[in-house]
Ligand binder design. Structure first.
Ligand code: PLP
Length: 434
């Protein structure tokens, strides 16, 4: 399915003209395609049909309530990493009985809240956390369903900041230690052992790390099933998406659902599922998958307008109205985002340009020395694949307002978050009364 494409010389999201959106509602603004999110969810769901499975969308990738609602209505579960995320999921109509609560540093209040709401499972990352949950459950006279997070020590071959499944990371429990921690868990009176979990990293673009991790953990899962009667095995998320598309090489369709037209080979849903189905099917357990980026990454763009063109020596800069506070991925991970003009240029001349924001940091850039069609003052640009880990990492740095968000469905357009005002910026601040 193609959600962002040129039609009559203008970039559209589904059937909505992005230039008209920018004129009417302003920039910077995130725009998401509901159709793309649903398409990704449904294709993964269909591919996993041979297994008893539950897709738990990783809320941290994009937690806007409208997006959670879209997925909740499709029957999705949710992978949450904080009490705040659980609150959002419930506000969006999500089912707590389909929520798994992950994270290495759960607080007293968060554990208590998740127990009260009866989440499906606490995914526990240490023995200390396990004891803490047991004590809180005891005080509330409840039982806490838990899965331990296994760290299979595989290299996901991704950016070091988003690798989580190797011995050097703070995440999970080493495989040679896992059985012992399950034994302690079994002795805790208010703990119910219900599953095993793992998550090896993000933006993984090969099947091998997933297959290797499953191969390493499957024998342990089998053991735990016979010992404790566990119900599920969660294999985590981490499926990578296309960031570099064929747009740059002249294709008019920015993104193809099966990645067939992408310039670089990327992992497809089918390829992933084909590799994991056989070993998982044999386990005869419920399988949980926790995709974040895969569902929403390619479904969103950050729309921004060029404020100024600046030349210094041989260099040309386009200073746009979005900054690193709106989308931090290039600054944080040096990640690549395709940037394309909203108005299609015929026979564009190419030039090298830096696309930078207005924030007072040299790290405030979206592209450096990028070969682009000529960019002029006032042009609208779309920063592509910004649907995951975009808005959720936005900040008020430089006292810039959080950007607005909008959702498109067919030819309909809905504002799903207002742009903050200056008043919002200081609304939580208190003058000391001394
Ligand atoms: C972040 C996270 C995910 C989702 O990762 P993606 O790369 O966005 O798919 C899944 N599970 C856990 C435990 C996570 O922390």
């Amino acid at each position: 399915m193609h959600s962002f494409r040129y039609r009559d010389g203008q970039l559209h999201c589904e059937d909505v003209d992005l230039a008209r959106v920018a004129e009417k509602f302003g920039t910077p603004r995130y725009i998401y395609s509901a159709g793309t999110i649903l398409d990704h969810y449904r294709r993964l769901d269909a591919a996993l049909a041979p297994l008893d499975h539950l897709i738990c969308y990783a809320v941290k990738a994009n937690s806007n309530r409208a997006i959670l609602k879209l997925l909740a209505e499709e029957g999705a579960g949710f992978d949450i990493v904080s009490g705040g995320e659980l609150y959002r999921v419930l506000a969006a109509g999500g089912d707590p009985a389909k929520c798994t609560f992950a994270g290495v540093g759960k607080s007293f209040d968060e554990i208590q809240y998740a127990l009260e709401k009866r989440v499906y499972s606490f995914n526990v990352e240490s023995e200390a956390e396990l004891e803490y949950i047991d004590r809180i459950a005891d005080a509330k006279n409840l039982h806490a369903p838990i899965a331990l997070r296994a760290n299979p020590n595989v290299d996901p071959r991704t950016h070091e900041y988003i690798s989580t499944g190797s011995r050097e990371n703070k995440f999970g429990i080493a495989l040679d230690h896992l059985a012992a921690v399950y034994e302690s868990a079994a002795k805790m009176p208010n703990i119910d052992i219900v599953g095993v979990q793992m998550h090896i990293g993000s933006q993984i673009t090969e099947v091998a790390p997933f297959a290797d991790a499953i191969k390493k953990v499957a024998p342990i899962v089998r053991d735990l099933k016979s010992k404790y009667g566990i119900k599920f095995f969660s294999i985590g998320g981490g499926l990578g998406i296309v960031y570099e598309s064929s747009f740059a090489s002249g294709s008019r369709d920015w993104w193809n659902a099966d990645h067939e037209t992408s310039a670089k080979h990327q992992l497809s849903i089918q390829e992933y599922v084909d590799a994991i189905l056989p070993p998982l099917g044999e386990l005869k357990l419920r399988i949980l998958v926790e995709p974040g980026r895969l569902l929403v990454g390619n479904a969103g763009v950050l729309l921004t307008r060029v404020r100024y063109i600046k030349r210094t020596g041989p260099k040309k800069f386009a200073i746009v109205d979005a900054g690193m506070n709106d989308l931090i991925r290039p600054a944080l991970y040096h990640s690549y985002h395709e940037i394309i003009p909203v108005r299609e240029l015929n026979n564009p001349g190419h030039e090298k340009i830096d696309i930078v924001g207005p924030v007072c940091e040299s790290g405030d850039f979206f592209a450096l020395d990028r070969e682009m069609p000529e960019v002029r003052e006032g042009d609208l640009l779309a920063i592509m694949s910004a649907g995951a880990y975009g808005f959720v990492m936005a900040s008020n740095y430089n006292s810039r307002s959080l950007p607005a968000e909008a959702l498109v469905r067919g030819d309909e357009f809905a504002l799903i978050r207002k742009r903050q005002t200056n008043k919002d910026l200081i609304s939580g601040e208190i003058d000391p009364q001394w």
